[in-house]
Design a protein around this ligand. Sequence first.
Ligand code: PHE
Length: 338
Amino acid sequence: MQEKIDLLVDEINSFTANGFKDAEEFRLKYLSKNGKVSVLFDEFKEVAAEQKRALGKPLNELKNLAQNKLNEIQEKFTQTSVKENNSIDYTLPGDAYQTGSRHPLSLIRNQIIDIFNKIGFSVADGPEIEDDWHNFSALNFPEEHPARDMQDTFFVEENWALRTHTSSIQIRVMEKQTPPLRLLAPGRVYRNEAISARAHCQFHQVEGFYIDKNVSFADLKQTLLYFSKEMFGSQTKIRLRPSFFPFTEPSAEMDVSCMFCNQKGCNICKHSGWVEILGCGMIDPNVFTNCNINPDEYSGFAFGMGIERIAMLKYKINDLRLFFENDVQFLKQFSKVI
Ligand code: PHE
């Protein structure tokens, strides 16, 4: 047995490896289950007890020798193979780093907030799941009003729904704070509508409201004119058309002069020269009473606009669905817009 050990020591010492492949060959030949070293260990089990002492040591040394040799070969050729494949061309230009960009809806929302910040409006927030009181009842929606109908509203459970407009935030703020209040409330809203280029079941609104003593319709009109000029350019004109919302009296819808054709008439304004952008009005006294604000002491105006609508006009986007698809080709176009 000692002879076999000596023979293997010589063999291992003189084994020369030329590449990484030889490491595996070496392992199979000596150290695998049926390799020469392992076979000697099997034989060792049969050796008479008195010889075991003498043979055990050299046998272990043989095993260590083989293991070290294998490590050596592996190390040697892993290093050189990395070196050999290290064909990096340092003169090539680097890969451009792809930074993300703001979503067009965020850009428009931030722009709206900035415009109103300048005249003292700050930002308020509210929950997307609302109870009937904040979304409807406190806003003076009669019990049988069609907007409460299952077709328009996503109900989560009885009395709880995904908010259908950001007007619910008016109520939340008025319940907790006392006037004067000058706030802007941006957020996502939900309506049970079929998805098309012009309608979606989720979209975004910005609500604005100003409550103080002696706030008048003229204040509302002037505020909206200021906003429209800031948003669409100083040439912009506005017009208010009578409308109806349960929570405002009087109520109006506001159009801005078409920014695409300068009111000469085009497809976007349907040849009318005007495009509708928001709903507004003087806050109904019933709404104040519902929030424990005295309508004889305070008055206020409110308005609400769709962010998608403004973004579509600003960026000439003709399909609402693009805002929700996360198509990088679409989103990339806004990376230069601050
Ligand atoms: N909440 C209304 C809507 O979603 C918009 C609005 C807000 C109208 C505030 C008047 C005052 O259509």
